[in-house]
Design a binder for this molecule. Structure first.
Ligand code: ZN
Length: 166
């Protein structure tokens, strides 16, 4: 995607302020992070975009094709396939999830490169260490100055939408 095209998209994006994560999705990505350790788990988040909020109701895992700790990537064919399948079911593509098997849920330089290519895509990153730490943060890039915004995450019970927190 060219820089100019990215810029046009970014200017028209709604500003996301909050990510509501269904509890089942929260539990699933915690399990996936644990299972993948010491490698990074990765997958796709789906749900509904409603103004300043994104409601995540479904997670589809992707195979991390980089089998060395500290990085992740996936087959873009597999990524597109799951997006097409979930869109047919009426769900919006919210963004990507991956885990960091170390103490920080902050996007790495490689993560930021990809975020810059897809402005508006939400990145949920889990810092995971066995029996010690599970911390989630959500990020989005909305301009081309490498500045990225943190989005507030709320875990919600199944069947509840809107702003009721768990
Ligand atoms: Zn990362």
């Amino acid at each position: 995607m060219s820089i100019i095209y990215s810029s046009i998209i970014a200017e028209n994006l709604p500003i996301l302020k909050r990510l509501l994560l269904k509890r089942s999705v929260f539990e699933e990505i915690r399990r996936e992070s644990e299972k993948a350790y010491p490698l990074e788990a990765c997958g796709v988040l789906f749900g509904r975009l409603e103004g300043e909020e994104a409601i995540v109701s479904k997670y589809r895992s992707l195979r991390n094709v980089i089998e060395t700790p500290g990085r992740f990537w996936f087959s873009e064919r597999e990524w597109m396939k799951v997006i097409c399948e979930e869109r047919k079911l009426g769900l919006d593509y919210i963004g990507l999830f991956h885990s960091h098997p170390r103490g920080s849920p902050i996007p790495s330089p490689a993560d930021r490169h990809r975020m810059l290519e897809c402005p508006g895509e939400v990145w949920v990153i889990a810092a995971y260490e066995p029996k010690k730490l599970f911390k989630l943060c959500a990020w989005v890039i909305l301009d081309l100055n490498w500045s990225f915004s943190k989005i507030y995450i709320t875990v919600v019970q199944e069947g509840i939408s809107g702003s009721h927190t768990a």
